[in-house]
Design a binder for this molecule. Structure first.
Ligand code: FAS
Ligand code: PHB
Length: 392
C-alpha cells in the first residue's frame, strides 16, 4: 500500500487528523490496532474546550455534538464543606465549555470516515516505522493475519501513550519529562441524573472527587484512590459512601445514587516527549504527552496538536513549503507545557497527599481560598480551564 500520510492510531487524534486532511484533498490511511467496538466503547474524556468544538465543526463532525452537547458556564469548587462557583463567561469575557463524551466524538468521526473515506483499517497493528529520515518512511503492520507495509510521504504517530511511534525516535536528541503522581482515579458511569448542573471538583478530607456527567440521565464520577487500586475492591456502596463524604457541604444538597454501569482505574501521570517530530515521523496527542485529567486537558491537547498539524499539511499541499511543519514541534510544545503546568497545579491543589504532608495540606487550602476570594486568581483558573488560545 502507498499513501501520502500514514496515520497510526484511530483514537480522537488520528480520526480527526484523517478527517481534516481528507477534506483538504490530502491522501491518507488510518491503521487502528483494535476493533471498532473497542475504540468506540473506551470510556475517557468528557469536557471540551471551545477550540475542540470549533475543530469538530470545521471537520463537519459536530452535528450530534451541537444537538446533544451540554454547554456549561462554569464549575464548582468544594472544600471545607463550602461551595464556590467559578463563573467562566464573567471571568473570561464570555467563554464556556461543552460536555460531550470522547466515545461520542469517536463514533461520529468513525461513521463519517467509513462513509466518506479515507481508508480506516481495523485490527491493523503497526509493528514499526522504518526509514523515518527518508523521503518515503514505511509502516510495517500486521493485518488479516499477515505482515504488510504502508509506504508514505509522512507518518503521524497518533497511537497514544502505549503506541510504538515514540519509540522510533533516536535517543540522541530526544528528551522525556515525567512525573508519576502517587494516586489514581477510580472512574464510574452511573445510570442516574447528575446531582449538579455543572462539574463539581471537591477536595474532601479523605481525598479528591469529581462529579461530571454524560447527559441529563447519566452521571460520570471520579474518586481519588491509592495507586495500583483494583476497581473490584470497590463495590458500589463503598463508592457512593466515599463520594458522599467527599462532596459533603453545609448546604441543602444531595448526591443521587444509581446503578453503576462501568468502573475503571486510571493512573495519574504527567509526561512530555520532546521533540514531536523526527524526519518525516510526527507525533500528535497522547503519543507525545500525557496530563492528569484533573484539568480536563488530555483530549483537548490532542485536538490542538491535530489542528496545528492539519494546517501545516494544508500549506505543504498548497505551496510545497515545509515552513510550518518545521515549526510544528515548537508550536505544539508551547501549548503542551502550559496545559501540563495547569493540570499538574490543579492535581496538586485538589488531591490528598498520601504521605499526609500537613504543610502541603495547608498550602492546598491557601490556594483554594485565594481562588475563592480573588477575582484575579479565579480568572486565571477559568482562562486555563476553558482553553488558552491556539498557537501560543
Ligand atoms: P488514544 O490513546 O485515545 O488513541 C490511540 C489509538 O492508537 C488507540 O485507539 C490505540 O488502539 C491505537 N494504537 C496504539 N498502538 C497502536 C499500534 N501499534 N498500531 C495501530 N494502532 C495503535 N482526558 C481527559 O481530558 N479527561 C479524562 O477524564 C480522561 N480520562 C482518561 C482515561 C484513560 C484510561 C486514559 C488512558 C486517558 C484519559 N484521558 C482523559 C486522556 C484521553 O482522553 C486522551 O487524551 C485521548 O484519548 C488522546 O487521544 P489520542 O491521542 O488519539 O490517543
Ligand atoms: C469527564 O467528564 O470525563 C471529565 C471532566 C473533567 C475532568 C476530567 C474528566 O477534569
Amino acid at each position: 500500500m502507498r499513501t501520502a500520510v500514514g496515520i497510526i492510531g484511530g483514537g480522537p487524534a488520528g480520526l480527526l487528523l484523517a478527517r481534516l486532511l481528507h477534506r483538504t484533498g490530502i491522501d491518507c490511511v488510518v491503521l487502528e490496532a483494535r476493533t471498532r467496538e473497542d475504540v468506540e466503547q473506551r470510556q475517557r474524556a468528557g469536557m471540551l474546550e471551545q477550540g475542540t468544538v470549533d475543530a469538530l465543526r470545521e471537520a463537519g463532525a459536530a452535528e450530534r455534538l451541537d444537538a446533544e452537547g451540554l454547554v456549561h458556564q462554569g464549575i464548582e469548587l468544594r472544600f471545607e464543606r463550602e461551595r464556590h462557583h467559578i463563573d467562566f463567561p464573567a471571568l473570561t469575557g464570555g467563554r464556556t465549555v461543552t460536555i460531550y463524551a470522547q466515545t461520542e466524538i469517536v463514533k461520529d468521526l468513525v461513521a463519517l470516515q467509513l462513509a466518506e473515506g479515507p481508508p480506516l483499517l481495523w485490527e491493523a497493528q503497526a509493528l514499526a516505522v522504518e526509514k523515518p529520515e527518508s523521503a518515503s518512511p514505511v509502516v510495517r503492520f500486521l493485518h488479516e493475519g499477515r505482515e504488510q507495509t504502508l509506504i508514505c510521504d509522512w507518518v503521524i504517530g497518533c497511537d497514544g501513550f502505549h503506541g510504538i511511534s515514540r519509540g522510533t525516535f533516536p535517543a540522541a536528541g530526544s528528551h522525556t519529562y515525567e512525573r508519576d503522581h502517587p494516586y489514581s482515579w477510580l472512574g464510574i458511569l452511573a445510570d442516574v441524573a447528575p446531582s449538579c448542573d455543572e462539574l463539581i471538583y471537591a477536595r474532601g478530607q479523605s481525598g479528591f472527587a469529581l462529579h461530571s456527567m454524560r447527559s441529563i440521565h447519566v452521571s460520570r464520577l471520579y474518586l481519588q484512590v491509592p495507586g495500583g487500586t483494583d476497581a473490584d475492591d470497590w463495590p458500589d456502596d463503598r463508592i457512593w459512601d466515599e463520594l458522599d463524604a467527599r462532596f459533603a457541604v453545609d448546604a441543602d444538597w444531595t448526591l443521587h445514587r444509581g446503578p453503576i454501569t462501568a468502573k475503571s482505574v486510571t493512573p495519574m501521570r504527567s509526561y512530555v516527549h520532546e521533540p514531536m517530530r523526527h524526519g518525516r515521523l510526527v507525533l500528535a496527542g497522547d503519543a507525545a504527552h500525557i496530563v492528569p485529567p484533573t484539568g480536563a486537558k488530555g483530549l483537548n491537547l490532542a485536538v490542538s496538536d491535530v489542528r496545528v498539524l492539519a494546517r501545516t499539511f494544508a500549506e505543504l499541499h498548497r505551496t510545497g513549503s515545509e515552513r510550518l511543519l518545521d515549526d510544528y514541534s515548537r508550536t505544539c510544545l508551547a501549548r503542551v507545557w502550559q496545559a501540563t503546568r495547569f493540570s499538574y497545579d490543579m492535581t496538586r491543589m485538589l488531591h490528598a497527599q498520601p504521605d499526609g504532608d500537613v504543610f502541603e495540606n495547608r498550602l492546598q487550602l491557601a490556594r483554594l481560598r485565594r481562588i475563592a476570594s480573588s477575582r484575579h486568581a479565579a480568572a486565571e483558573l477559568a482562562t486555563n480551564y476553558t482553553g488558552l488560545p491556539l498557537l501560543t
